[in-house]
Design a protein around this ligand. Sequence first.
Ligand code: DAH
Length: 401
Amino acid sequence: MERSLQPTWAAKRAALTTFMTIFDKAKKTLQQLSVTDAHGVESLFTELRAAAERELAESISRGAPNPAQREKLAKALRDRWLARKGGLVAQVDENWLKTAGKDLKPAVGKQFNELRRSTVGLEFEKLIEAVPVKEAPVVQMGLPLGFEPAHATPRDLTLPGYRRPLGSIHPVIRMQREIEDIFLRLGFRIESGPEIESTYYNFDALNIPESHPSRDDWDTLYIDSKTVLRTHTSPVQIRSMEKYGAPLYILIPGKCYRHDNPDSTHSPMFHQIEGLAVDEDITFADLKGTLDFFAKMLFGEKVRTRFQPSFFPFTEPSGEVAVSCFVCDGRGCRVCKESGWIELMGCGMVHPQVLRNGGIDPDKYSGWAFGLGVDRFAMVKYDINDIQLFFQGDVRFLEQF
Ligand code: DAH
């Protein structure tokens, strides 16, 4: 009983070797490593060849800042592997090949020849040729840039490859898709339009007059006097009406731009989703019913919606929609800033002139529209207090989604 709890020496040694690097193993004999068959020999050599390939590939991808440094690097690498006295190949010759018993000798000999063949890339002249001189190290995710398999030794295809770390969906896009899904279920289609937009589509066609303050270059990023970075997704309303006519049920997600200084609630680039429904006999009741359904799908059955009058040049009447706070149920908390309500979006019945500008007869058709800020939705939903976090690309933040 007691005996069986004691590990044998062989087991102890085997356990020890699992913590040794391949370079430590090169200093031991096969016997010391408890390698007793051809299979064990093969895996030892495979490990060593992989190490050589890795070091070669790393040197090639990293390159050297100048020719002198390259020479130094090439010499160090060559000596480490190929020096007649003490190089890794020489160690293997001494410790593995020369000491191998009769039965293992052929296997070790064969593997040793292969090792020699696969380390020719580490010869000084070959290294000088393969390692590029470059100013700064350029390393991409996955394959190191400048890595050319042609220079490398024959590759062992059974080795694990370079792995790209898996990413995840950005929280803003995740929010966007969640909203899209709700409207797709209602029969809406996704549309898109250009981010570089004419002042006609961005303003004029939407009934926004020349004198409107939003056209000021304090608010809008102009490319020239007739071209802007679109300030909202609403111009795609007109483009889609022109393209498809009525009836029309569309959702328009996309990036928008404004002349804003970045702070915790503003970003010069942000995301909106526009909704547009045009058909015969569309009324404000359709708008209310649809947005109430949307809010319940997104925030839970028990939320209520509130519509307040507002003004937008492209809708008449216009409204602001708020939802009862889904955290405190309207009692007041940090998320709703003690008001019990969370502002969601602007909306309204499409202005007859806007329909006309889109080529649709306002006597035959009517419509409703809304526009919401996706970044703000994501901030509310994920309890994020700084919009800048979305756009800084810090993986410590992004990894949480
Ligand atoms: N375009 C508006 C903005 O950027 C949002 C908006 C309000 C869009 C009302 C609409 C709407 O379609 O009906 O502030």
